[in-house]
Design a protein. Structure first.
Lengths: 331, 355, 497
């Protein structure tokens, strides 16, 4: 039984990804021995948290067969929003809560487009991302909005010192949210109903699950988490810019899909998504560590995605043939 | 009788809804830009209309590529990136390496097609998800474009093109100076693709494959082949759009047309093309393109600040989707009316029978 | 526990069709009420009204004389109604247990109790007498087992009103007998049971009362013990079918051998050998999952052949894709019309001309006039009920959809030499079935070779000239029609069990 479980793990998608990550880390360390230094790791943790936070809401949406391509610009909007209301002298905890509600409202609007007007989610949210990008420019007038509130800054910039190593707060938020939402997805009735509507809408409906209700909650959730992400990122930078975070949702989606979350819905989970996201972030970080010219970094980012997709194909093929062999043995 | 029903069919069609929208837009922009008082400087100032037409060249070919793929149930987010890269390569070949213009052109389009085929292999042979695959390809292309146009000190530079004929095509206008030559070429593309999509076996196959690939396969159509061709087509058209842009600017640009594939998709969707080939075609896509251009020009001329223009173009995509939604509603309402009339007639007949 | 379910003057309009009109009847607890009717008679619509999937325009549903109004499936479920649909509503990636309890997982305060879930699922599986691992993803089960999971889903709700829509369509005999045992148990427990089936034999075995619908209206209500098959058919079609099979006008002259399969081997089938003559109707019988469809797919070039040969018209052929087979003159009407046969949102015309587009070319373009002629010819030949060839196939009834596919493969531009029909009568009403049988014989008379695959034993042994029986991907027997009995064929289909 244990042997079987082990062999299953070795054939799993996660294993392939982890293997790639290990090889990558070794390669980057050979290129720059500071790659696994305390400083770089804590920088890496700060970096992964933006895409990571967005991924939490996004993965839930993806599993339900939806997507929010405006998540990054929603975070950007929320960042400017929180900077603006802080500027009016509002205490930061209140401002944070209002910002999250603001994000939820943006999510609600997406849900309206998809559930009430019946638009295709990915096209409607591309449209919304363009709207938010423009609004961000309008509101900020094209320049960064800086923050004077002293209490807000640590929310994104504080790190817990552990000897030489600093554990950044945003990374802790990310891990906590991954764990909480991972548990929700696996162990709650609501979480399971997300898989239900993503796997077979009609079956879900006939089983009495309200597709619109679930997907509306998920859009709101994604918007709210995106707003939190925007607030944290603003705190980290101590200012909010009209270009911030936009586009990061693509990293979140790419990581999730690499980690086994299907774009069609109904399968995958946050664990795999985390591994996928880790791979992408570690790779980006490594490219900087070995000081590859910036322009080549863009090429390499696309390249790693393509390589991962190809590796996934061969992994899938070996899994299928192994399953067939198993079935043949059983028969 | 038959002509009447044809007319009726036209008035009930999506094309008609789209034309209405276009007309409404023209009227609104004309009024808002002061066209009632004086034509000069308003939306319908011939000078401005010239601008509207001139703006069509680059996006039009992208609209065609995106439209065909949408009908077949797929998307290509890399068309703009591929186009930028191949156009820059073209400028590089011609200006830096001295390869003859036509040969540079052909080689760069072949490279675009090859990248499109690479997309196709990943998507159709290795079953990768199209959305994410083309996104990755776009990244690689954009990165390579930067690498190619970066000089020693890391600063990005455009590549000038010194060729009379080429620059003539890009900048001169014909028909009384109203229609730029490249727009004319783009129109020719529309006509050719319009015929291919609606009048040929291949065109029909795109719809069938979009609707049901399995059934198409079992009826002797090769869905993967169709899809491969369409991805290559989308990439080559991306290349053509890039060349158009190069001709307009008289230089190979590193920023180029990256991201313009979204405009192409917007125009196609505005034009009523639905995902998976339920409806729409090149005529609609063309009207969609007109709407898109009229809109983008209109918001500028009525003095919408540039930041708001970005907001507006996002809203336009949302409106595009709504048009589809409204047309469906109208169709449903029409059907309901027919049913009610049928019932009334039946009831009347039944009553008559009773007597 | 409800004692009665009553439909009172229920009516429903769809664009262009009056799906239901003034339907009233009452079903009582402890009895099985069968709903009978041709395709398009309104049975499925009635079921959708019952499940809260659609709202009726007129009339109401009463449970124990209390008026109900469902605005969603959830409300119908809460009122104690379970509907088992013809189309499986499963999520392939989730476990069997989770599918059975979909939408209603055990546990308290929103948290799923996986242990309880597994135990409850195991208990139900045991009750059904099957051996399925509740943790297994449902996508890995056979089609028949998936159907059983679908039935378990409704069963576990312990509803007082249970409706079955053609539950046996993809079940083999063994599972059918399990199902019937369960239905009889449910009946004994005092449930209200509604049962829809095209198979009259089943209805006589199960039902107490029978309601016959036609064109959305109730024709007549029968008490099962006081009626005969002929009465029912008469009520359903409005005419006597008589003995369908005896009246078939068959072909008796065979031509040369057209197809010779020898030692065919794919991943799913083994050592398949048989031959077929022009003008012959060759039946393929067997239980669901016996490998018949896979044999057809291999011949048609849709599945990879690992060993063996296919000889068509005297030449050994190696089809790499369905296109090669089609070019050679072979046609396949697939088992699953909607998923594999039709492009649902395109017109009748587009669907008919799919394989012959290359022949409809004038210069580079499609000749739309010829195309229209071809489509109209098929509409007329098969009397497909539609105002124009432009109608979207999605809007047609199942029988008419099947005729569109038949029209596709028998047009003047594509006179198939070998026609493979995989379950051509699945989900089709009695009247159209008889039409299909005669068409099969007519094809043979015209010199075509026909392969007729069917899971309905009676049908396959009465329509085909010769019957090949399969089990587990192998051929287990072959009989001529004259010698075939249901018992003998079934024995071969279940050989070794």
């Amino acid at each position: 039984m244990t042997a079987q479980k082990t062999s299953k793990f070795f054939r799993s998608k996660s294993f392939a990804l982890i293997a790639i990550i290990i090889v990558m880390i070794i390669a980057f360390t050979l290129g720059n021995k500071n790659y696994i230094s305390a400083g770089n790791i804590s920088g890496f943790m700060t970096n992964i948290s933006t895409a990571g936070l967005l991924a939490v809401g996004m993965v839930c949406l993806l599993i339900s067969g939806n997507v929010d391509l405006a998540a990054g610009t929603e975070a950007c909007m929320a960042g400017i929003f929180v900077a603006t209301i802080l500027g009016s002298g509002m205490p930061w905890p209140v401002a944070l809560i209002i910002t999250i509600l603001f994000g939820a409202a943006m999510g609600l609007f997406n849900a309206f487009l998809v559930n009430v007007l019946g638009f295709m989610g990915f096209i409607a949210t591309i449209g919304m991302s363009s709207v938010y990008k423009g609004l961000a420019l309008v509101v900020s007038n094209g320049i960064n909005v800086s923050i004077s509130n002293q209490g807000f800054y640590p929310l994104g910039a504080y790190s817990i010192q552990m000897g030489k190593f600093a554990l950044p707060l945003p990374f802790i938020y990310t891990v906590v949210l991954f764990v909480i939402y991972g548990l929700i997805l696996k162990y709650t009735k609501f979480g399971r109903s997300i898989y239900l509507i993503g796997g077979n809408r009609n079956a879900a409906r006939l089983a009495g699950v309200s597709i619109k209700k679930v997907s509306t909650i998920l859009y709101i959730n994604c918007g709210a988490i995106a707003a939190f992400c925007g607030a944290v990122s603003t705190a980290k930078m101590n200012s909010a810019g009209p270009q911030a975070i936009s586009g990061t949702e693509m990293d979140s989606i790419a990581g999730a899909v690499l980690g086994g979350v299907s774009f069609m819905g109904g399968s995958g989970g946050l664990g795999g998504a985390f591994i996928g996201l880790f791979l992408i972030s570690a790779f980006k970080n490594g490219l900087t560590a070995i000081s590859l010219p910036t322009y080549w970094q863009t090429v390499a980012q696309g390249g790693i995605l393509l390589i991962a997709l190809v590796v996934d194909y061969f992994g899938e093929r070996s899994r299928v043939s192994a399953l067939k062999a198993e079935a043949a043995q059983a028969a | 009788m038959k002509t009447e029903s044809k007319a009726k069919k036209f008035f009930g069609s999506k094309t008609f809804t789209l034309l209405l929208l276009l007309a409404a837009m023209v009227i609104v922009f004309t009024i808002l830009s002061g066209g009632l008082k004086s034509i000069k400087g308003s939306f319908i100032d011939p000078k401005n209309l010239k601008q509207v037409i001139a703006g069509m060249s680059v996006v039009s070919v992208l609209t065609i590529g995106a439209g065909c793929l949408l009908i077949s149930g797929q998307v290509d987010l890399s068309a703009g990136g591929i186009g930028t890269l191949s156009a820059l390569l073209f400028a590089h070949f011609y200006s830096n390496w001295g390869i003859p213009l036509i040969i540079s052109l052909i080689i760069s389009l072949i490279i675009a097609g090859a990248i499109g085929y690479f997309n196709a292999i990943l998507i159709n042979r290795l079953n990768c998800q199209g959305f994410i695959t083309t996104m990755a390809t776009a990244l690689v292309c954009t990165g390579l474009t930067y690498v190619l146009s970066a000089s020693g000190d890391g600063i990005l530079k455009n590549i000038r093109i010194e060729n009379e004929a080429f620059n003539y095509i890009g900048t001169k206008s014909v028909l009384g100076g109203y229609v730029p030559v490249i727009v004319l070429i783009a129109l020719a593309f529309f006509v050719v693709y319009g015929i291919i999509v609606s009048q040929t076996k291949f065109g029909r196959s795109i719809y069938l494959v979009g609707g049901n690939p399995t059934a198409s396969h079992l009826a002797g159509i090769n869905p993967k082949r169709i899809s491969n061709i369409l991805f290559v087509n989308s990439a080559v058209l991306g290349g053509v759009a890039g060349i158009f842009y190069t001709a307009k600017m008289k230089q190979g640009s590193y920023a180029g047309i990256a991201g313009n594939q979204f405009a192409g998709m917007t125009a196609a969707i505005l034009g009523g093309i639905s995902f998976g080939g339920g409806s729409g075609g090149m005529v609609g896509a063309f009207i969609g393109l007109l709407i898109l251009n009229a809109f983008q020009n209109g918001v500028t001329i009525i003095g919408v600040p540039s930041y708001w223009q970005q907001v507006a173009s996002g809203l336009l995509l949302i409106v595009a989707l709504s048009v589809d939604f409204l047309a469906m509603q109208r169709k449903a309402a029409g059907l309901r009316r027919t049913v009610r009339r049928g019932q009334a007639e039946k009831a009347a007949a039944a009553e008559g029978g009773d007597k | 526990m409800a004692n009665s379910l009553e439909f009172n003057d229920v009516g429903k309009m769809f664009p262009g069709v009056r799906a239901l009109s003034g339907v009233s009847f009452k079903a009582e607890s402890g009895k099985v009420l069968a709903l009978l009717g041709e395709n398009g008679a309104g049975k499925s619509t009635l079921l959708k009204v019952l499940s809260g999937d659609i709202k009726p325009d007129e009339g109401e549903i009463l449970i124990d004389d209390v008026q109900q109004s469902f605005s969603s499936p959830l409300e119908s479920i809460k009122a104690g109604i379970s509907v088992i649909y013809q189309e499986r509503q499963l999520i392939p990636g989730l476990s069997v247990a989770e599918n059975i309890f979909a939408g209603d997982l055990p546990g308290s305060s929103g948290i799923v109790n996986y242990k309880e879930l597994r135990d409850a699922a195991s208990e139900i599986i045991q009750k059904f007498g099957l051996s399925i691992d509740p943790d297994q993803p449902v996508g890995r089960l056979s089609v028949a087992y998936q159907q059983m999971v679908e039935i378990m889903k409704a069963y576990r709700r312990n509803s007082s009103i249970i409706a079955f829509d053609e539950p046996t369509a993809s079940l083999a005999e063994a599972e059918i007998s399990i199902l019937f045992r369960l239905i009889n148990e449910l009946k004994a427990e005092g449930k209200v049971i509604i049962y829809i089936s095209h198979r009259l034999g089943e209805i006589f075995e199960l039902a107490d009362n029978i309601v016959v619908l036609k064109d959305g209206q109730l024709v007549k209500t029968f008490v099962c013990s006081e009626t005969t098959e002929d009465d029912l058919i008469h009520a359903m079609v409005g005419r006597d079918i008589g003995d369908t099979y005896a009246n078939l006008s068959r072909n008796s002259v065979y031509g040369d051998t057209i197809l010779e399969v020898s030692g065919l081997e794919t991943e799913d089938i083994h050592d398949i050998s048989f031959s077929l003559k022009k003008g012959e109707v060759l039946g393929f019988a067997g239980l669901v999952g016996a490998g018949r469809t896979e044999v057809m797919r291999a011949i048609f070039g849709a599945d990879k052949i690992l060993a063996g040969t296919v000889t068509f018209e005297g030449k050994e052929v190696h089809f790499k894709s369905p296109k090669n087979a089609i070019d050679a003159g072979i046609a396949l009407c697939p088992e699953d019309r909607k998923e594999q046969g039709l492009v649902l949102f395109r017109s009748i015309r587009d669907n008919i001309t799919m394989p012959v587009l290359a022949k409809l070319r004038k210069f580079l373009f499609l000749n739309k006039k010829d195309e229209a002629v071809l489509a109209d010819a098929a509409i007329e030949k098969y009397s497909i009920r539609t105002p124009t060839a432009d109608k979207i196939v999605f809007e047609l009834s199942g029988g008419n959809q099947q005729k569109v596919i038949l029209g596709r493969w028998t047009s003047d531009l594509f006179p198939a030499k070998l026609l493979i029909l995989d379950e051509p009568t699945k989900g089709i009403d009695v009247g159209t079935k008889a039409e299909v049988y005669q068409m099969v014989c007519d094809y043979a008379k015209a010199g075509m070779a026909v392969i007729f695959v069917s899971s309905e034993l009676t049908e396959v042994i009465n329509v085909a000239d010769r019957i090949i029986v399969m089990k587990d991907g192998r051929i287990t027997g072959e009989v001529l029609r004259a010698e075939a009995t249901e018992e003998a064929v079934l024995a071969m289909a279940m050989a070794g069990e």
